[in-house]
Ligand binder design. Structure first.
Ligand code: PBG
Length: 325
């Protein structure tokens, strides 16, 4: 087969106009879900030191902040809560007057059309910092399901459109689906953190959400990073249990799994561009070591090109501002 000189791939790169014509992947504000950390108090806006541009916000500040998302075209937010008090069973997670439940009501008042996704997990709420019930140093699976289901129900009752379990207990999607349906909340969707790995990239998040485990680590419930086929089994299990969205998390070191999941499943596929991925870009950008804006867009485009339909990203606001310019 003769190639050169008849074939010259540079022809399609000659000018920005031609490049734009043949561009295969385009980011838009609608691709993003923007995460927030909500805290008690009023007028609170504390920057997370390892995540420049990301804040712990009180509910009043949050309600004001979300109003600026709709004009940018961002259609969904994801909420994490910092409770007033922690206890071994994470009570505030399923308290109808808990911090996330209050935040959901405030957002629904301020911006009824914004899709509100709530993180369903116990680690921010428990004294031990694990994502489930702990007994004798073990994170117990089945006793955790009841608390996770109660958390999802109370968030849905507060008005959440989508609940997103991130705990990685077996059977949680099914338990949450049954609990929601049993409370006439069958219209509430489940975004399952299906293939969630025990990752060092969550470091800055644990500062933001104050959710570092007080003993041990999360390797007995979150996935082992080398395992790709097991990730497909996790996704399959969540789909069978009734997941409406599936997720791969983190994104950058797991682009192969985003691609595999895209080829194998037809569910909306979410990728989580996690806190450590954000922090690395911010740190290198601040040092003048990289062109922060170009690197950010290149990473997010790569995640979308790999096959993600939606990207949860701390960059969502700034990128949507750039795209609107
Ligand atoms: C809670 C949870 C975590 C993240 C999302 N939900 C932390 C963890 O599992 O330790 C991480 C998100 C990020 O790093 O941006 N289980």
């Amino acid at each position: 087969m003769s190639i050169f000189p008849a074939v010259r791939l540079r022809r399609l790169r000659r000018s920005e106009a031609i490049r734009a014509l043949v561009r295969e992947t385009a980011l838009t504000a609608r691709d993003f879900i923007y995460p927030y950390f909500v805290t008690h108090g009023r007028g609170m806006r504390d920057e997370v030191s390892s995540m420049p541009g990301i804040y712990q916000l009180s509910v009043d500040e949050l309600a004001a902040d979300v109003r600026s998302l709709e004009p940018l075209g961002i259609g969904a937010v994801l909420l994490f809560g910092l409770p007033a008090q922690k206890d071994p069973r994470g009570r505030e997670a399923y308290d109808p007057d808990g911090i996330v439940q209050r935040a959901v009501r405030a957002i629904k008042d301020a911006c009824p059309a914004l899709v509100v996704v709530t993180d369903v997990c116990l680690c921010e709420y428990t004294t031990h910092g694990h994502c489930g019930v702990v007994e004798e140093g073990q994170v117990l699976n089945d006793p955790s399901l009841e608390l996770l289901a109660a958390t999802a129900v109370s968030q849905a009752e507060a008005g959440a459109d989508v609940v997103a379990p991130s705990d990685m207990m077996d059977g949680r999607v099914g338990a949450i689906r049954r609990a929601l349906d049993g409370r006439a909340l069958s219209e509430v969707a489940i975004m399952a953190y299906s293939a969630k790995f025990a990752s060092a990239f969550y470091g800055p998040f644990r500062e933001a959400a104050d959710s570092t485990p007080q003993f041990g680590d999360r390797r007995s419930y979150q996935m082992d990073p080398p395992n790709a086929r097991e990730a497909m089994r996790e996704i399959e299990a969540d789909i069978r249990e009734g997941a409406d969205f599936i997720m791969v998390k983190p994104a950058l070191a797991y682009l192969d799994l985003i691609r595999r999941a895209r080829q194998r499943f037809d569910h909306p596929l979410v990728a989580y561009n996690v806190s450590g991925e954000y922090a690395m870009v911010k740190a290198a950008g601040r040092n003048g070591w990289i062109d922060e804006r170009r690197v950010t867009l290149e990473i997010l485009t790569g995640i979308k090109r790999a096959g993600a339909d939606l990207i949860i990203s701390y960059h969502a606001r700034e990128v949507s501002e750039w795209l609107a310019q």
